[in-house]
Design a protein around this ligand. Structure first.
Ligand SMILES: [Zn+2]
Length: 280
């Protein structure tokens, strides 16, 4: 496979989840081997795990005091659309939250023309198991691939029965991503929202861009889009975060109750030693 970029510019508009302000991104063509680069206020920030400086509620990259946040749903969409190189101008330090999933990004990206470049796509194959576990026993582990692709096993468990225990266990192909993962929205508990609002965050948050759980009920009238929407959204975040490796990772991934923090830590561990992987 060769690397690809966009043939022409793509503009996507929405609002930032926390500041509630208009957010316009312009996704542009970029030279081969440049990877995904965000730009805000004249500063370019490579979408790289080593530039991630905050993993609370979203993945935020930072350089010289300039930040761009909530990159994960777009990153996952670029990954599956096969975009290796892109330059993304951001009007707001927060990417548009849209409907809280990758559905809208993917719809926009579906209609664009891609340009094939000369350099081969960058693949990384995991050679040794690499594991990161936090003090609560939540963990993520990358192992050598049994399928020559990205196979994800993800398990979550919540006390409320409306979520309960959910498992995703599949090879993530384009079709699986489009049908089962991309439409799955961010979810949270109502009490978390009340708290975040009280400290001046999620000004742009609404039932239009998140699934909100309140004990044993769901506040969104339409309910869940998919039965396992919660765990599948965690898979979406994981795929987007793994793309901050700048590679298409070939591995079996096992994740238990993890989030952006763990996704970042596992990449740091993976790249600690070249014994862990090979570049294809
Ligand atoms: Zn997310």
């Amino acid at each position: 496979m060769k690397q690809q970029t966009l043939q022409s510019e793509l503009v996507i508009e929405g609002i930032g989840l926390h500041n509630g302000l208009k957010s316009i991104i312009k996704i542009k063509t970029a030279p081969q081997n440049s990877g995904i680069i965000f730009e805000h206020e004249g500063t370019q920030i490579q979408a790289l795990y080593s530039n991630v400086s905050n993993t609370q509620n979203c993945t935020l990259i930072e350089k010289e005091g300039v930040t761009v946040s909530t990159i994960e749903h777009l990153m996952a969409s670029l990954y599956f659309k096969g975009i290796d190189n892109a330059f993304i101008e951001c009007s707001n330090p927060e990417l548009p939250i849209l409907d809280g999933s990758a559905k809208v990004f993917l719809e926009h990206l579906k209609n664009i023309q891609l340009k094939q470049q000369e350099a081969p796509r960058k693949y990384l194959e995991v050679l040794k198991p690499v594991k990161f576990e936090d003090e609560s026993g939540n963990f993520i582990e990358l192992s050598p691939p049994t399928t020559k692709g990205l196979h994800i096993y993800f398990e979550i468990e919540f006390p409320s029965k409306i979520v309960g225990k959910q498992i995703f266990d599949n090879l993530v192909t384009n079709q699986v991503f489009e049908r089962e993962i991309a439409p799955c929205r961010t979810f949270c508990e109502k009490y978390q929202i009340d708290y975040l609002k009280s400290i001046g965050l999620i000004k742009g948050g609404s039932l239009q861009n998140a699934v909100v759980l309140d004990g044993e009920s769901i506040l969104n009238e339409e309910g869940f889009r998919l039965k396992n929407e919660c765990v599948n959204h965690k898979v979406l975040d994981l795929i987007g975060d793994l793309y901050t490796s700048s590679y298409h990772i070939l591995a079996d991934v096992k994740a238990y109750r993890t989030g952006h923090y763990h996704n970042n830590m596992i990449l740091k561990k993976l790249f600690e030693t070249t014994d862990n992987y090979t570049i294809l």
